[in-house]
Design a protein around this ligand. Structure first.
Ligand code: NAD
Length: 353
């Protein structure tokens, strides 16, 4: 743990949580609290073992530090992983037990939803801890973050379009959206409103049926969009779709989407730049959900949250400007901005709520 330092900083605190009575085995990773308390979701996943769970949690927590810093939020990065099959093991008793461990950290780790957990689960976790955001609106939370995440991706895409094609409008551009779930389906609506021509791919029949019901023939469903004839590829399903082979087949000039950890290996950043493809780093484009749940924690008004989501466009412009000026890849330029913000915190909140 002490030697891992992709951002030049290793993790501050890693807590293993075990409760025999409920079967809970969880790992809470607090990466960095320079800018404020660590916020990040709880992933519930049937990891093969402790080592795999730890590696995933550490990587995800570090990603949250970058995401919060890039979004200009006075928040640090953390993440929790629960080892287990959500369909079988996610009992209310286990979630309450997990909440008690979160509570013990005194607010330096604040949890939210992630893969395998929902706003309803957070309502249960919230029975035993105050340090939870993203609960259902009925329970006083800000609910589903899919629409805010989609809005942030859209703002990032428009900013990048402005730099590439001289106009921030996506009218007449062909955009391929991979995955039309909680984020992708809202992104499709925003793109159509802006006049883009949209194609989508999703193996889930329910997801594509919903898109057809919402937009009829305005949206074409393809088996794959990654190598389709599009101007923009928007990965909004799983991460690691940008492999070296996939980059060689890309026909898009811009990649901008919601999926976390889009690069299969870090070197793909250079391969994209080498092919003249503009990549908006995932943690920059997909921060809208964090701006929403972070806003809940920070007491922001809906207008402040909307401004924060729109600012994702400004950050994207800054990254593309720095990359172009200094001959960096977009990943390197974003990393530099994150390191600067961590080195000179503008409004660090050194006390947890
Ligand atoms: P989701 O599970 O609601 O939707 C994902 C969709 O992708 C599903 O409809 C699924 O059928 C589809 N899919 C799966 N494999 C696919 C493939 N090979 N090709 C095309 N489609 C495929 O998830 P979501 O909340 O919409 O999140 C999408 C991505 O964005 C995830 O990587 C998530 O980690 C990331 N993200 C989400 C949020 C948020 O606020 N929900 C915030 C930040 C990042």
């Amino acid at each position: 743990v002490f030697d891992r330092a992709e951002t030049g900083r290793s993790h501050e605190q890693v807590v293993f949580c075990r409760d025999e009575s409920t079967g809970l085995r969880a790992i809470i990773s607090i990466h960095d609290t320079t800018l404020g308390p660590a916020l990040g979701g709880t992933r519930f996943h049937p990891y093969a073992g402790e080592a795999e769970a730890l590696a995933d949690g550490l990587r995800l927590a570090e990603g949250m530090t970058c995401k919060a810093a890039a979004a200009g939020l006075p928040l640090g990065g953390g993440k929790a992983v629960v080892i287990g099959d959500p369909a079988r093991d996610k009992t209310p008793a286990l979630l309450r037990s997990y909440g008690r461990f979160v509570e013990r950290l005194g607010g330096w780790y604040v949890t939210a939803a992630d893969v395998g957990t929902t706003a309803e689960d957070l309502d249960v976790i919230g029975e035993t801890t105050r340090h939870v955001v993203g609960r259902t609106t009925a329970a006083g939370g800000s609910g589903d973050s899919g629409p805010a995440t989609a809005r942030g991706v859209f703002e990032a895409m428009r900013a990048a379009a402005g730099r590439l094609w001289g106009s921030e409008s996506l009218a007449g551009r062909r955009v391929g959206v991979e995955g039309v779930g909680k984020v992708g389906r809202h992104l499709v609506g925003l793109l159509l409103e802006d006049g883009a021509s949209v194609v989508v791919a999703d193996p889930s029949r329910a997801a594509t049926d919903r898109i057809r019901a919402l937009h009829g023939r305005a949206v074409a469903v393809l088996p794959r969009v990654r190598d389709a004839d599009v101007d923009v590829y928007a990965p909004c399903a799983l991460g690691a779709t940008l492999t070296a082979a996939a980059v060689a087949e890309l026909r898009a000039s811009l990649v901008c989407g919601a999926a976390n950890n889009q690069l299969a290996v870090p070197e793909v950043d250079g391969a994209l730049a080498g092919r003249g493809v503009t990549w908006v780093p995932d943690y920059v484009a997909n921060a809208g959900g964090l701006v929403q749940v972070g806003g809940e924690l920070l007491g922001h008004t809906p207008e402040q949250v909307l401004r924060g989501v729109r600012a994702i466009g400004d950050t994207t412009r800054e990254i593309l400007e720095v990359a172009g000026r200094d001959g960096l890849t977009t990943g390197e330029a974003a990393g530099r901005i994150v390191r600067q913000r961590l080195a000179r915190p503008a409004h660090a909140a050194r006390s947890a709520g």
